[in-house]
Design a protein around this ligand. Sequence first.
Ligand SMILES: [Zn+2]
Length: 67
Amino acid sequence: MDHPKELEGFRYVGDKRNQVVHEIKSCLTPAKIEDIIANQAYATFGPDELSEARNRGYRLSSCCSAN
Ligand SMILES: [Zn+2]
Protein backbone atom coordinates (compact mmCIF):
# COMPACT_ATOMS: atom_id res chain seq x y z
CA MET A 1 0.00 0.00 0.00
CA ASP A 2 1.06 3.62 -0.32
CA HIS A 3 2.37 4.83 2.96
CA PRO A 4 -0.29 7.14 4.41
CA LYS A 5 0.84 10.76 4.87
CA GLU A 6 -0.47 10.79 8.43
CA LEU A 7 1.83 7.91 9.26
CA GLU A 8 4.90 9.02 7.39
CA GLY A 9 8.01 7.76 9.12
CA PHE A 10 6.12 5.28 11.26
CA ARG A 11 6.39 1.52 10.96
CA TYR A 12 3.49 0.59 13.23
CA VAL A 13 0.01 2.03 13.60
CA GLY A 14 -2.43 1.18 16.36
CA ASP A 15 -6.21 1.23 16.22
CA LYS A 16 -7.41 2.97 19.39
CA ARG A 17 -10.87 1.44 19.01
CA ASN A 18 -9.78 -2.16 19.48
CA GLN A 19 -6.16 -1.99 20.66
CA VAL A 20 -4.85 -3.74 17.56
CA VAL A 21 -1.57 -2.73 15.93
CA HIS A 22 -0.64 -3.11 12.26
CA GLU A 23 2.77 -3.16 10.65
CA ILE A 24 2.11 -0.80 7.77
CA LYS A 25 4.43 -2.32 5.19
CA SER A 26 3.44 -5.94 5.76
CA CYS A 27 -0.28 -5.47 6.33
CA LEU A 28 -2.39 -7.62 4.01
CA THR A 29 -5.54 -5.58 4.50
CA PRO A 30 -4.57 -1.94 3.97
CA ALA A 31 -8.26 -1.04 3.92
CA LYS A 32 -8.16 -1.51 7.69
CA ILE A 33 -5.39 1.06 8.00
CA GLU A 34 -7.27 3.44 5.72
CA ASP A 35 -10.31 2.99 7.94
CA ILE A 36 -8.28 3.76 11.06
CA ILE A 37 -7.05 6.98 9.47
CA ALA A 38 -10.49 7.93 8.14
CA ASN A 39 -11.86 7.62 11.66
CA GLN A 40 -8.89 9.45 13.24
CA ALA A 41 -8.42 6.44 15.47
CA TYR A 42 -4.73 5.90 14.91
CA ALA A 43 -2.11 5.60 17.61
CA THR A 44 1.62 5.77 17.05
CA PHE A 45 4.34 4.58 19.36
CA GLY A 46 7.59 5.94 20.66
CA PRO A 47 9.81 4.09 20.15
CA ASP A 48 8.11 2.84 16.99
CA GLU A 49 8.49 -0.83 17.91
CA LEU A 50 6.19 -3.78 18.41
CA SER A 51 7.44 -4.25 21.96
CA GLU A 52 6.35 -0.69 22.80
CA ALA A 53 2.94 -1.28 21.26
CA ARG A 54 2.58 -4.43 23.35
CA ASN A 55 3.61 -2.54 26.47
CA ARG A 56 0.70 -0.22 25.80
CA GLY A 57 -1.75 -3.10 25.52
CA TYR A 58 -1.86 -3.47 21.75
CA ARG A 59 -1.62 -6.82 19.97
CA LEU A 60 -0.42 -7.36 16.42
CA SER A 61 -3.23 -7.94 13.97
CA SER A 62 -3.40 -11.34 12.27
CA CYS A 63 -3.45 -9.57 8.88
CA CYS A 64 0.15 -8.45 9.24
CA SER A 65 2.78 -10.91 8.11
CA ALA A 66 5.17 -10.04 10.94
CA ASN A 67 2.79 -11.99 13.16
ZN1 LIG B 1 -2.70 -5.47 9.32
